[in-house]
Design a protein around this ligand. Structure first.
Ligand code: 2HA
Ligand code: ZN
Length: 274
């Protein structure tokens, strides 16, 4: 099907409905951004300046003139399907990447997500490291992954190895692992910067006591990363609640998966013992 703004809207409707249905998006939890392709972003009938320029916390030179579909602050993901234009907006960045203005949506009067800094920093890094392929960022409050950050002492190597060991699919879906970021204030520049640093190498970032952020070339790809990591975290919790975990994928089995699927898993994760 030809890409169109209507199709993009139907994708964000489905993604946000699925996030709600999976129990990842209580109240106004979670936010989504998508960097629009030029053929969609340049539609002058749909997109017209609807606000003054607003200064961003920092400049994003490699996002200059880019246009993003992005959820609104305080809005409930479960309501996007009722009214996309009330809950989601399209913003564009100026020539310097230091200001944004509204082009469509936010008809409820809201602003972009409170995690705008994390989304734009994530978009900027992933655009650079993927040569423009990555366009989607999803943040959400996935309960199993979040529960693990309370139950266990984690770091990047430990959470990555644990998820690989608890579900055969994980090393295939994220051979680079999952980056762990200790608790920081939601919406803060500090959290955005720690997240962006992790995204230089990885596509999934676990925020301690909060949730998860993932990137991909489209919403399905980012959603699939979260879904897989969240499922493995759930399998761990189920297995642990049934008694001490006596079996898990061995390093040799993980290496066999890497050979079978021609993966290059992060060796420091493979060599980690938990
Ligand atoms: O949108 O999830 O992290 C609300 C949040 C903040
Ligand atoms: Zn959040």
């Amino acid at each position: 099907m030809q890409d169109s703004f209507e199709k993009i809207i139907s994708e964000i409707v489905k993604t946000s409905r699925d996030m709600w249905s999976k129990g990842w998006a209580e109240a106004n939890a979670g936010n989504i951004s998508l960097r629009l392709r030029p053929e969609i972003a340049q539609d002058k009938t749909t997109f017209q300046p609807r606000s003054d320029w607003v200064a961003l916390d920092m400049k994003f030179p490699n996002l200059a003139k880019e246009r993003f579909l992005i959820t609104g602050t305080g809005m409930y993901l479960r309501n996007i399907e009722i009214s996309p234009a009330n809950n989601v907006g399209v913003i564009e960045l100026d020539d310097s990447g230091g200001q944004y203005r509204l082009l469509w949506g936010y008809e409820s009067g809201c602003d972009p997500t409170s995690e705008l800094s994390s989304h734009l920093e994530a978009q900027a890094v992933r655009k650079r490291v993927t040569d423009g392929t990555d366009r989607a960022v999803i943040h959400t409050h996935s309960p199993n992954l979040t529960a693990l950050t309370y139950a266990l002492d984690l770091d990047t190597l430990r959470i990555s190895k644990l998820l690989w060991e608890m579900h055969t699919e994980c090393i295939i879906i994220f051979p680079e692992g999952v980056e762990f970021v200790p608790w920081m204030l939601p919406g803060s520049l500090e959290l955005a910067e720690a997240t962006a640093k992790g995204l230089e190498k990885r596509r999934v970032i676990l925020w301690q006591f909060h949730g998860i952020l993932a990137t991909g070339n489209n919403l399905d790809a980012a959603f699939g990363l979260i879904d897989t990591a969240e499922k493995a975290a759930g399998i761990y919790l189920k297995a642990a609640s049934a008694g001490p975990i006596s079996n898990k994928l061995s390093t040799e089995q993980l290496q066999a998966l890497a050979r079978r699927f021609a993966l290059k898993p992060d060796p420091s994760i493979l060599n980690t013992r938990i």
